[in-house]
Design a protein around this ligand. Sequence first.
Ligand SMILES: *Cc1c(COP(=O)(O)O)cnc(C)c1O
Length: 404
Amino acid sequence: MTTDTALPTQLVHHPYRAPAEFDAVPVGVFKASTVLFPNVAAVRQRRWQDKSAYTYGLHGTPTTFTLEERIATLEGGHHCVLAPSGLAAVALVDMAFLRAGDEVLIPHNAYGPNLAFAAVELAHWGIRHRTYDPMRPDDLAMQLTPQTRLVWLEAAGSITLEFPDVPALVAQVQAHNARCASTEAQLRPTVTVLDNTWGAGVAFCGFDLGADVVMQALTKYPSGGADVLMGSVVTRDERLHHALLMTHMRLGLGVSGNDAELVLRGLPSLQLRYRAQDASTRQLAQWMQQQPGVARVLHPALPGTPGHATWRRDAQGAACLFTVVFDDAIPAERIDAFCDNLRLFRLGYSWAGPMSLCMPYDRADMRGRDWPHAHGPVRFAVGLEAVTDLQADLKQALAVLSAA
Ligand SMILES: *Cc1c(COP(=O)(O)O)cnc(C)c1O
């Protein structure tokens, strides 16, 4: 503390304190495992659960508390917890609301790893999953049982981009809860959770569509940089938030201050990026529809895509994804060659970053969906490049489809 201690001690316990009035546009990046308490009374009194104080790095820092509040606002909710990836956020929701003997319902076109987590990990814990057709609320109604405790929703569907009637699906769950109100199930009503990665809090508000819990892969739009992995789970309901917060704590899920900083840096430009990528994507999807060899283009703004009318009713915008189905007559190798010939669209997973991406899926990946085509689809994620350059890239690569 003072000069009567040795240098190694002074370098840890230094007396200088920077003035507290520093103020700038970005939020400070705070990093800690240990958080210091001024006295024993503070150790006993401090509460991290309501963000009124700090106790330990895993329980939050000024940086992560600030990001949680901004993501809650983005989603139109009141409470947020952060997870180290979108998939970790999916798993957190499952573990917070499901017990041995319960069932979870997942749309058959859901994000693949969500289904895989249920099929393998949840099965190990004695939790069953079933899939339902998200375009048929009557099918969801048929799959609901007294054991169903959680229903996943996703709009638009992963890869195939059908846009479901979320309010109609939620209405089935609410009717089910009302029917079970006199039974033991009343104590734990079925919760609905929307994976809102596609809408990103921009195209629609998940809570306004009726979801109880809204999850998002912040890896995609909120980061926007293709350089960070993170997920969020937002609620309006205090009781649901408490369940999530306690499971989150017991699992030891945390995010680093540096990663939180990257997402905080992406948030102010989120809407601008979403709108710009939306405009480029619609232009390319429409153009692609007219190209020889293309059987179908899937994008909710195109009238031929299932759920187009619902998308028009419920959404004010669309994400940067469109999916192409090639003619059955085209040899599979030509489709691979087309993907390999693209120069600006690079092969890679994820989306909503600066670089345009392309990913071919196998027919086997479409298992469980209605898929009448010979080939698996190719999904495109449009980045921030000039749309004229992207169109020229698609055009030059399409030439291999008709090559002799
Ligand atoms: C990417 C994605 C996830 C998972 O996010 P990660 O951060 O990559 O784990 C979940 N749901 C959807 C719809 C996604 O696109």
